[in-house]
Ligand binder design. Structure first.
Ligand code: NI
Length: 148
């Protein structure tokens, strides 16, 4: 690999052993790869705690389409938040239940509020926000269609 800095890490033997077992289970080829991913994860998690951080992610909804006006309410909210919704996937799970996956972008705070608002609709059984990645900072005030 080009352009890397080598570092030495001191670890207790039993910690290293556990780490090696974990790497093997996950199919890593080397410790360096495993450590790099851990560092990336830790840094990302830190960044994702900032409510103003611009993020891309998904909201996974489960709802009962027979309940009240859940479909109309979901459509209305998604139109109101169209700046935050890039695309949606709808799956008819069974007779009553639908699953919908929204690809979303916005600040962490906006996306959490959005997910909570969806959850509060009667008939929505679950609304789960998953962050994928911070979006590029220079794109922070434009719509999701500009995220590449
Ligand atoms: Ni459906």
């Amino acid at each position: 690999m080009d352009n890397v800095t080598r570092i030495g890490v001191s670890l207790e033997p039993d910690l290293l052993e556990k780490f090696d077992r974990s790497l093997e289970k996950k199919g890593y080829g080397s410790r360096s790869e495993g450590i790099r991913d851990l560092i990336r994860d830790a840094l990302a998690e830190e960044e994702w705690k900032n409510p103003d951080q611009f993020m891309v992610g998904t909201i996974t909804l489960m709802y009962d389409h027979e309940t009240g006006s859940v479909k109309e309410k979901l459509t209305t909210i998604q139109h109101e938040k169209h700046d935050h919704v890039s695309t949606t996937i709808h799956i008819h799970l069974d007779h009553d239940r639908c699953m919908e996956i929204l690809l979303v972008s916005g600040t962490l705070k906006e996306l959490q509020d959005f997910s909570n608002e969806l959850m509060s609709i009667k008939g929505v059984l679950r609304s789960k926000l998953t962050m994928a990645s911070p979006a590029s900072t220079h794109m922070h005030h434009i719509g999701p269609r500009h995220y590449k």
